[in-house]
Design a protein around this ligand. Sequence first.
Ligand code: SAM
Length: 225
Amino acid sequence: MNELVSKASVHAFYADAIPRGRNTAENLQATTSERFNTLLESIGDGTPTTALDLGYGTGTYTIALARAGFRVVAVDQIPTDVLLRRTDGAGEWARRIDPRECLAENFAIDEDFGVIVAKDVLHYLARRDVESLLTSAVTHARGANYHYLEVFTGITRRSVDGRLLRIEGEADYSPGSFRHIVEQIYDGWDLTLLWSEHAEQDSRTGRNCFEATTATVIAANNRAA
Ligand SMILES: C[S@@+](CC[C@H](N)C(=O)[O-])C[C@H]1O[C@@H](n2cnc3c(N)ncnc32)[C@H](O)[C@@H]1O
């Protein structure tokens, strides 16, 4: 039987680790992925220059988008002052960032974002919230929109003493159930789904505390008007 970890404690963990600049087992300080960089470089004129970064963390993807010319709505459950401090006085691009302290599941996607990024966050949400967020993003897409998602599926978490853990209310997708829902929601889009194995070690024990199959979704709206 898995031991349940509260959602509140997960939120508190990030609210502590991110302002302190702690580089945790999941590498919160990592740079943007090569796949994302390639996607960003490929985006052309038909894409609205508005972006949404769900669960922005230290703001790495938000900053890359703003530097590339996008006005970015950056949503995370942590207070916005951390990102505001990081970008304070950084120049013209920093003024394009609009940070919001909000749960991703409570954020209403009601505009045509040219790019949506959700990296390493959607697995924390309930399935119905993941599916309604992505569905409303697709419903509001009018241009040559791109969605870049990295989502953990088939997760195994362990405590320091090896007990299996589960986070309250998390989506708990298997690779198959996630593939199914993504193919349904992005019907008619150009869809690239890539899979990789992911593991994180507990620095105290050297043993894996988190194992998952990462689904990277790159979806392009080719139904643009
Ligand atoms: C693993 S970090 C990923 C950060 C960033 N996307 C990246 O890849 O560099 C997860 C982030 O999601 C945020 N988060 C977790 N659950 C959330 C929720 N329900 N709504 C909004 N943000 C959430 C955390 O505060 C944290 O900043």
